[in-house]
Ligand binder design. Sequence first.
Ligand code: TXA
Ligand code: MG
Length: 309
Amino acid sequence: MREADAAAIAEAAALLRDGRLVAFPTETVYGLGADATNGNAVAAIFAAKQRPRINPLIVHVTGIAEAGQHVVFSEAARCLAEAFWPGPLTLVLPRRADTPLTLLVSAGLETIAVRAPSHPVARALITATGRPLAAPSANPSGTVSPTRARHVAEGLGNRVDMILDGGATPVGVESTVIGFDGDRPLMLRPGGVPREAIEKIVGLLSAPETGGPITSPGQLSSHYAPRARMRLNALRAETGEVLLGFGAKAEGAALNLSARGDLAEAAANLFAMLRALDAEAEAIAVMPVPMTGLGEAINDRLQRAAAPR
Ligand code: TXA
Ligand code: MG
C-alpha cells in the first residue's frame, strides 16, 4: 500500500503503461485498474479477481470527449454525462468500430460501459497514464466490495502490483449503470446516483428484460457475499445474530449505518460495516432501510449479500 501522492501516482501510471495492475480509489469503491487497450493486462484483471470472462468491465475516462473516442453518445446519454460526470454514473453505449479498446474489456459485446470518476486520485491516475483504464471493483469476484485500501490488500494482496491508498471512498456503493434499449433508458444497476436524479433528466427508467442481451451480466443474484448468514428487515437481533442498525431507534445494534437516518452516510458505511460484523459473527440481522434515493442501491447490495449461495 502506498499513500497516493504525486510520486506514487506517477509510478502507478508507469506500471499501468507497462501492462501491470494497480488498485486505486474512486469516489464509489476501490477499482482494480489496467490499461483498457492492452488485452494481456485486461486478461490479468479477470485472473486476479477470478471473474468470469463473460462479465464485462467498466472503462474509466476523463470525460465526454475521451469517452467519445470509444463509444457513440445518443442525445439522452450526452445529457446524463453532462449532468453527472465526473461522478458515480456508468453509461453502456454502442462501441465505435475504430476504438483501440481490447474486445476482452466488454466480453465481446457490441456495447462498452464508460464512466468518468470524480475522485482526484482516479482522475490524476487516468491522466498520468494517458490511457483509458478498465477497472472492476478491487475484490475477489462475489465478495464484498472494498471501500478502504486495506480491504484491497486483504482480498487481492500479492495479485496486484500496487495499491494506491486514498483513504475511505466517500460514496461507498458502486456507480449506477444505465443502458439503452433504442431510446428507452434502462436501470441496469442501482448505485451512487439515485434513480430520481436520473429520471429528472431522461424520464422514467425501465427494468431490463431479464435474460436479455442488455441485462448487466454482473447482476448475479448472489454477490457482495459476506461469510456470515444475513437476515434483512430485522427489528431486533435473534440469538446468535448481531444487529446492523439504521436510524435513531436501533437499540442493541452492534453498528449503525446512520444513527441520524442519512442514506448517504449509510451507503458510505455499508461495506466496511458488513466486513467488520462478518469478522465477529455467524449471522447478521439488518434493520430496514428506506427505498428512496441511495436506499435503492443499499437495498440492492443487501439483497445480493443475503441471497442463497
Ligand atoms: O463504481 C463502480 O462502478 C466501480 C468503480 C471501480 O468504478 N466499478 C465496478 O465495476 O463496480 P464492476 O466490474 O464490479 O461492475 C461493472 C458492472 C457489472 O454489473 C457489469 O456487468 C456491467 O457493469 N457492465 C459492464 N459492461 C457492460 C456492458 N457492455 N453491458 C452491460 N453491462 C455492463
Ligand atoms: Mg464488483
